[in-house]
Design a protein around this ligand. Structure first.
Ligand SMILES: Nc1ncnc2c1ncn2[C@@H]1O[C@H](COP(=O)(O)OP(=O)(O)O)[C@@H](O)[C@H]1O
Ligand SMILES: [Mg+2]
Length: 259
């Protein structure tokens, strides 16, 4: 399965009714088993683009196609947002199997898959806990288990760890790489954090702002596992520098506009 984003543009109306071009002529694809990261400063249109790819928002121009799906079936998506989107009235287990219920799979399959993904994200023993009883990191783990459990054609993640403290985030990133290695889901991951992008991506798509356009697409030629090892430090830092040079001007402008 391949996702093709074809000439997507998106305009919004701001509070004064003026048109704001959030995205302009965006073209890229996500290949089977590929981990693509969208990076760019606040307000460059990352979430808008992810939502358009996921069909949660319509584009003003252009479109998104899924090539190579069996028959004419709609793609199955797994989505993880920054804000914890678990159902508070459901336990961890009930949250994780939510998508499986929707798919109408049997109770025994729900149980098997639910437990498999709960174990995979390290939440064994917390099946019957409610979201409010969990730490932020554990809630995101549950969200990840729920997204993976439906065996999505495409995994979409929008700043999934940015609300976590730095240490928890580092651990979650390592775990995500481990989990991803086992499944190799085609993935679109959004972040404003350059290190995170270089740590995770097969390819990094760098967006500029006003309007959101693709500045460059960078292949990360590092092994998928262990990118934080000493032997890769120089190359890793080189990629980070290269991306920072592309977005530093826009990042400064973004700060000016915040207030
Ligand atoms: N619903 C909306 N109505 C009007 N403008 C919006 C809306 N959503 C986003 N925007 C604007 O579109 C631009 C891109 O936003 P967004 O996709 O959230 O960026 P990012 O996720 O990169 O921070 C911003 O200028 C933002 O203010
Ligand atoms: Mg966003």
């Amino acid at each position: 399965m391949k996702v093709v984003v074809n000439d997507v543009s998106k305009t919004y109306k701001d509070k004064k009714g003026r048109e704001v071009t959030a995205l302009q002529n965006i073209n890229f694809s996500i290949n089977q088993n590929e981990f693509v990261v969208l990076v760019g400063p606040s307000g460059c249109g990352k979430s808008t683009l992810l939502n358009i790819v996921g069909g949660l928002l319509s584009s003003s121009k252009g479109g998104v196609y899924f090539e190579g799906l069996a028959g004419d079936k709609e793609p199955t998506l797994g989505i993880v947002f920054q804000e914890i989107a678990l159902f508070p009235w459901r336990t961890v287990y009930e949250n994780v199997i939510f998508g499986l219920e929707e798919q109408g799979v049997s109770k025994s399959e729900q149980k098997e898959k639910g437990q498999f993904y709960i174990d995979m994200v390290g939440l064994t023993g917390f099946e019957n806990a409610y979201p409010k009883q969990l730490s932020g990191g554990m809630r995101q783990r549950a969200g990840i288990a729920r997204a993976f459990a439906v065996h999505p054609d495409l995994l979409l993640m929008d700043e999934p760890f940015s609300a976590l403290d730095a240490q928890t985030r580092t651990i979650m990133l390592e775990e995500l790489v481990g989990i991803w290695q086992k499944t190799r889901l085609s993935t679109l991951y959004v972040t404003h954090n350059i290190q995170e992008a270089v740590y995770l991506a097969d390819r990094v798509i760098v967006l500029s702002r006003h309007p959101g356009q693709i500045k460059n697409i960078i292949h990360i030629d590092l092994p998928k596992v262990g990118r934080n090892k000493e032997e890769h430090v120089l190359k890793f830092e080189d990629y980070c520098d290269q991306i920072w040079q592309l977005i530093r001007h826009d990042a400064k402008e973004a700060i000016k506009e915040e207030d």
